[in-house]
Design a protein around this ligand. Sequence first.
Ligand code: 2M8
Length: 412
Amino acid sequence: MTTTDVVTQRAIDVLKANDRGGYTIPTDGLYPYQWNWDSAISALGIAEFDLERAWQEIETLMSGQWASGMVPQILFHNPATGYFPGPETWRCDGPVPSSGISQPPVAVTAARLIWEKNPAQGRDRLNALVPKLRAWIDWYMAWRLDDQGAIFTVHPWESGRDNAPDWDKAMARIDTSGVESYTRQDTKHVNSAHRPTQKDYDLYVWLLQIGRSAQWDDAEIARINPFRVSDPLMTFITLRAVRDFLHISNELGHDTTSLNQYIETLEQGVQTLWNPDISAFDSRDTSSGEFSGSISCGSYLCWYAGVDHPGMRAQLQNALAVSKYPIASYNLNGEAFDPHRYWRGPTWPCMNLLIGLGLAERNVPEEPELRARIRELLATQGFSEYFNPIDGDPAGGKSFSWTAATWLYWAR
Ligand code: 2M8
């Protein structure tokens, strides 16, 4: 067996060990349920060795879709211990016990990519998913579109980049003094210096309480939730999802009404996230109109969304020059940079997978170099949740599903 074969087998073993029967947990202990965009990325990895099971991953995720079209961030299919907040805190009543917010719609793109591996075999399964994927896209455009055409998040957990510096200014404006008492579980599993702070968690729980008091009604949340930050990552991933969904709909003969309009709106929206002061796509607080001043892994998803930008190409070249294991979750020269703390500096291979797919599709010459760096990182350090971008030190959960999937689908 070559080294590649050995690492590949290890990646398959991780995904199989995290399989809970129809869905894959991110990692044992820390995250014992089905997470939305983790499952989408895991499905890409699973599709490399079991196409049927990859479809099932997406189908199980979509089984949790609410009547509104929203697809939850977490599905609590089976009782588990060791995670906060669980279903009793969220108090939602979708078809499967769940949280009340969504996550970036990578699953739409994953459905297309899985289908393309064997279009004849996947046709019926994709056809059955089409109305659900469409309803989710419509929900995003109805409830998460700002007045400039960008997608915003109402909770840092919805963005997927929980404690990114992107939210700092918007969070500083919120008084969380009414937050209920709660007990964190995450710091029982991993080093607390690598996790969000207590202040971050107070805001997460406070925003959860806001949604719960609105009984998770979208219109009421829009009225009372003070946290609303437009995010390049969410906007790029949604734009990409709509493009892929349009392609699927054309190929399979489904209704395409409004889809071109959505694409036009989002294409305009992403341009409003260009911050000339830092020469990068950046987050913007919708209430103050202020940019966060953050170059993040989300900034580099422009190519994934089909958007080239010479300024981001320059950023990419710089990122490859200043860190051994790019693309970091946050710019190494940024004032909030912390190489250990979660979404404030570490490199997340799963994000590099999405960035790399975009680079490859747009023929950006740096893609092979980026892939080689992540390949070396995973082959030598294993499948942890995230890594120090300078020395590659692994951190967070071990045997992580979307990290293993990144190896299988892209890095190997
Ligand atoms: C992290 O977020 C969860 C909440 O969703 C948490 O910290 O409790 C994030 O990295 C998120 O992007 C990811 O989907 C989740 C599971 O891996 O963990």
